[in-house]
Design a protein around this ligand. Structure first.
Ligand SMILES: [Zn+2]
Length: 323
């Protein structure tokens, strides 16, 4: 299939640990075998954990002690690095845009590592630096809960960046770790935007004007991403696609069309949230369905060069500047 895919967010390592399967071939929404049907194929794998999970049979509450969250985060990062090692014949850990390009030329999957929620790294710059050394190149400042750095979109306070959060964002930029604002509150988004010298991402967030959900972006936020040379990644979660909770490929297209109408030709990418969504929209089963979305955009007469930008080039260009 001569379709390129560069996806900015999946939670596959969490699901793979839960179901005790690997990244190479599995029954989850993403595996390398299906991803490598696309050429080239690049994937951001997120270190992620849910509260109240049965992962490792633990009974965690959402108020896990910070030290425990950090231990879980680094343990999962270790498991993800192990999965990269186990698949080293077809998957390469990439830390820069140059490494992604080189890996693509070799016909292998380019994998990047993100951490979804800085609390998984201890919410401090020491943890951030250690993660950088281990290969992490994207960090979401928070997940669904407020943390010591900032307020979350789904959190109770909707607060912005704290002083610690500001220092953290500055350190991320100095190191060359992409700042991902998906899950952040709108105040956190704008507080962060004011600090950015490099483009930032909302790697798995849709358009609020199309589906009014706290996890989606206002037009103003998306225009800011355009202005910065950043990008938003189309999320395949039903609830973020259509307020009715029923969604299909046509809803994915509605969000894409809205972002494009705002002038987002270079600021739109894929961020499917695969293996982070329980029930995908109708017509979508996993990474294999990106081909359907690609064809559907072509049927709407979008130029193939534009569709290829959305599917691959835009995210690579953002990372070229962010890392
Ligand atoms: Zn997420």
């Amino acid at each position: 299939m001569h379709i390129p895919v560069f996806d900015a967010h999946c939670d596959t390592i969490f699901e793979a640990e839960k179901h005790r399967c690997g990244l190479r071939e599995n029954r989850l929404q993403v595996d390398l075998r299906r991803g490598l049907r696309y050429t080239p194929y690049a994937q951001v794998f997120a270190v992620f954990t849910r509260p109240q999970t049965d992962w490792e049979n633990a009974d965690f509450s959402k108020d896990r002690p910070p030290e425990l969250l950090k231990n879980i985060g680094f343990a999962l990062l270790g498991r993800l690095l192990y999965a990269f090692e186990a698949n080293a014949d077809i998957l390469t850990l990439c830390r820069s845009a140059a490494e992604i390009r080189k890996t693509a030329e070799q016909g292998r999957a380019a994998g990047l590592i993100a951490v979804e929620g800085a609390e998984l790294l201890g919410s401090d710059t020491a943890g951030l630096e250690l993660a950088y050394e281990k290969g992490v190149r994207l960090v979401n400042l928070c997940w669904n809960f407020d943390n010591p750095l900032c307020g979350a979109a789904n959190g109770p306070t909707k607060s912005g960046l704290t002083d610690r959060g500001r220092a953290y964002v500055e350190r991320m930029q100095a190191l060359g770790i992409a700042v991902d604002l998906s899950h952040a509150s709108e105040r956190t988004f704008w507080d962060t935007a004011a600090l950015m010298k490099r483009p930032m991402l909302a790697g798995h967030s849709n358009a609020k004007a199309v589906c009014d959900h706290p996890r989606n972006l206002t037009d103003g936020q998306f225009r800011e991403l355009i202005r910065q040379g950043g990008a938003a990644g189309l999320n395949l979660c039903r609830d973020f696609l259509n307020a009715s909770g029923r969604a299909g490929i046509e809803d994915v297209l509605r969000h894409a069309e809205h972002f494009l109408a705002l002038g987002g030709e270079k600021a739109l990418c894929l961020g499917g949230d695969l293996d982070g969504i329980d029930r995908p929209p109708s017509g979508i089963t996993g990474i294999e369905s990106y081909g359907e979305i690609y064809e559907a955009l072509l049927r709407r007469n979008y130029p193939e060069a534009l569709v290829r930008d959305i599917f691959y080039n835009n995210l690579l260009a953002v990372l070229e500047r962010a890392l």
